[in-house]
Design a protein around this ligand. Structure first.
Ligand code: SAH
Length: 217
């Protein structure tokens, strides 16, 4: 029943909460107001869909907390028409936010069940996201370079392949740390050879599993 309700009031409250937590980018806030997060959330979690918390999405994974999505998206500096690579499609919510902001989205998920469910959700709603089921720690060379790369799972280090696939002037937003806690790194590619780096502490993501990530789930 709740799923058929558009729940705009819930989203307005969420946006107010995010503003209170420091999110300023109007484009990010208006995407959060538009994208129906409850469509990306399991039936049993519907009542929690607009709380600022991560929620289980099956296969041992989670849809990120709205604040984290908003914060990372703000750091990515999304502009219309920009090409963005996402590692960790999961529920598809982050990809939908990027798409709503006018980005051309490429998204990789390593788990088949999540990949299939989310692809079906995108198709059903007529949302165009280029998806691939593979190890995202090696990136997606065919469409590189990307103006932005966003990694929504935490790894032990920054995969070199992702740095290589980042356009000059582009940003990579990636959580790095141990399996429990991470810092969010924001890497700006200033030139072919120069990268600037900033970091924000205290984030918590599910593990990034793969050749250039953690070796075991
Ligand atoms: N952006 C997602 C967050 C999902 S959690 C959302 O909005 O819902 C992170 C996801 O990263 C999980 O689905 C996990 O399976 C996936 N993942 C972990 N390691 C990966 C890898 N090497 N390549 C692609 N996806 C990966």
């Amino acid at each position: 029943m709740l799923k058929n309700n558009n729940r705009e009031k819930d989203r307005r409250e969420l946006v107010d909460l995010l503003i209170g937590r420091g999110i300023k980018d109007e484009k990010v806030l208006s995407a959060i107001l538009k994208v129906e997060r409850h469509k990306f959330v399991l039936d049993a979690m519907q009542i929690h869909a607009y709380k600022d918390i991560a929620l289980p999405i099956g296969s041992g994974q989670t849809i990120s907390q709205p604040f984290t999505v908003a914060f990372m998206t703000e750091k990515l500096n999304v502009r219309k028409g920009m090409k963005v690579l996402e590692i960790g499609t999961g529920s598809g919510y982050q990809a939908a936010i990027l798409m709503e902001m006018g980005a051309k989205v490429f998204s990789i998920e390593r788990q088949h069940d999540l990949f299939n469910n989310t692809r079906a959700l995108f198709e059903k709603n007529g949302w165009r996201v280029h998806m691939r089921c593979s190890d995202g720690t090696i990136g997606w060379d065919d469409y590189a370079p990307y103006d932005g790369i966003i990694v929504t799972a935490g790894g032990p280090s920054i995969p070199m392949s992702l740095l290589k696939q980042l356009a000059v002037g582009g940003r990579l937003v990636i959580p790095v740390g141990d399996r429990e806690d991470q810092v969010l790194k924001i890497i700006y590619r200033a030139t072919e050879t120069e990268f600037d780096e900033a970091e924000v502490p205290e984030f918590k993501f599910v593990p990034l599993i793969g050749r250039n990530g953690w070796k075991k789930a």
